[in-house]
Design a protein around this ligand. Sequence first.
Ligand code: ADP
Length: 218
Amino acid sequence: MKKLYAVIGLGRFGGSICKELSKEGKEVLAIDMDEDKVNEYKEIATHAVIADSTDELALKELGFRNIDHVIVAIGDNIHASILTTLILGEFGVRKITVKAQNNYHEKILEKIGADEVVHPERDMGRRIAHSIISSNVLDYLELSDEYSVVEIKAGEKLSDKTLIELDIRKKFGCNVVAIKRGKDINVSPMPNEQIIMNDILIIIGSDKDISRFQKALV
Ligand code: ADP
C-alpha cells in the first residue's frame, strides 16, 4: 500500500517539504489554517485542506489515524506545535517529524513523543558557517553532538597524494568514506587511491578530529 504523508503548516519549510514529496510522486495531505496557503497547494498536494491542527476532531475527520508520516511544520506558534504533536501521538501516527523553534521546544517535543525533531534554520546556519570559514568545505552534516560528515574539496595539500601517504585515519582519527571526481563517486577508496586537485572527499569523524584535519590539510 502507498505510504501516506501529511504536512501541517505550509510556510516556507512545510511548503518546501510538501512540494518535494509531491514531486517525488508521494501521496500528501497538506493542511494549514490559512485559506490562501491552502489554495496555493491545491494543485501541488494530493489534497489540501483548511484546518486547525489543534482541533482533535478535525484531524480525526481528515483521517489522520491512517497517515504513516506527519510533518508538523508550524512556525512561531509553539503552543500549537506541541498540542498538535500530542494529538498525533495519541492517534498512534507511525512517524511524527516536528520542526522546533528553539532548544526548549525541541526538548519538550522529544519528551512528548515526536519521533524526529528538526531544526532547519539552526542546522542550515551551521552548514553555511562551515563553508564560510573555509571555501573548501562544501557541505557539513551533523550526525550527533560530537560526530559529523564533511565534504571537502581537495586543494594543493591533498592533491597528488595517496590515502596511504596522507594516513588520515592514523594522524587525524577520521575516515575518507568516498571520493567524488566529476560525476563519478568512489564509495570504497583503496589505500593507494591518488587524490587529484578538486576531488571532493567525504570525511566522517569527530568534530575535534575533523577540525584538526582541516587545519592541517584543507
Ligand atoms: P516558516 O518559518 O516555515 O515559513 P511560518 O511560521 O511562516 O513557517 O508558517 C507556519 C504555517 O503554519 C503558517 O502558514 C500557519 O498558517 C500555519 N499554522 C500555524 N498554526 C497552525 C495550526 N494550528 N493549524 C494549521 N496550520 C497552522
